[in-house]
Design a protein around this ligand. Sequence first.
Ligand code: AMP
Ligand code: MG
Length: 402
Amino acid sequence: MRTVDEHLAEVLAHAHPLEMLDVSLLDSRGCLLAEPVTAPWALPPFDAAGADGYAVIVSDVASATAATPVVLPVTDVVPAGYRASHAIGEGTAIRIGSGAPMPKGAQAVVPLEDTDGGTAQVAVHRAVGIGAGIRRAGEDLQKDQTVLPAGALVGAREVALLAAVGQARVTVRPRPRVVVMSTGTELVEPGAAMTPGLIPDSNGYMLTAAAQDAGAMAYRAGPVRDEQHALMDTLEDQLVRSDLIVTTGGVTAGTYDTMKTVLARLGAVEFTRVAISPGRAQGHGYLGPDHIPIFTLPGNPASAFVAFEVFVRPVIRRMLGHQQVFRPLIPARLTHPVTGVPKARTYLHGHLHGHADERLISPIEEGGLRGLRLADSLIVLPEDSGEIPAGAVVSVMPLSRS
Ligand code: AMP
Ligand code: MG
């Protein structure tokens, strides 16, 4: 019997970030940059009007008030995307759109609402200081400055920044392709006709979604019957398009031999008993010439979920290049007593509440998929913790969705 920590060390031993890959900007979302990105130009790239209004020389409008407006002739109109045809002349104004480059010589923009909005000439109602209403070149970033460091996680705001510095493609650690394969002769596709003895494949959907949540590109295969040919064919097909394979079912008595025989032909998979509750029967190994890692998880959905969270998710995170591959654990006070399973690290469904300085955790009585759905966290009880009374502080793993 292995401890959870020993099994984790084993499955992480050969998990590495994937080879860097050049991808289009939106495909980089959720990935970590493999290389730093520097700005090929300043951001903003030029002095631009920050609002719709009139570009002016500040001394020309120094005396302007609502009661005594200064009236200036308007010599040009520059919408965003255009440039002024000439430098600003003393005692004149240029109508300018937000985002348009400042005309040469102009010192400020008087916003439209501080004028009469005139076309041939404009009445300015308020004085402005030098630089007012201007977004300066390089205000956000200087040319050659680091826009994002290697290892930065790309989300919506990073994508915006990368687009703004002209990066149509970026070099990232790609998402691992994870294939989730359910095994079990009793399994059918959700929606298929149900006869007694058959159940829909919920694990396949659950773990594919969980792998996607972890950042992987995940696909379902199966459900596959507990038969050697069916298992072999599906695994061989999936091997060529995956960086990681996760199976569920077929690792307890009954069907164990089928799974074991097939996997032995494709690679080296070790079936171990891990001191974890739920789900002691765990398999891990490598298949095919490319040594694609495989996890064989228990078929029981609650066990499969815990095994995914505890063992598979950190491997996916490592493949993505994350430094922090584990979900953070936080302390919380039990509202009800709980009991750990002897000689195992025990994971229980919990609901986290209270507030930041007094977090409370309530065990969820319901089991199965419904209990799992009600849980927003796992209560993690150390090996041999026995009965733990209400009021004790325990470690909790919140199952946040990102
Ligand atoms: P096994 O590990 O194959 O012996 O399965 C243990 C229990 O989990 C059995 O009750 C199975 O019917 C159930 N089970 C196995 N695989 C799935 C699955 N993909 N979806 C839902 N239940 C499953
Ligand atoms: Mg089965």
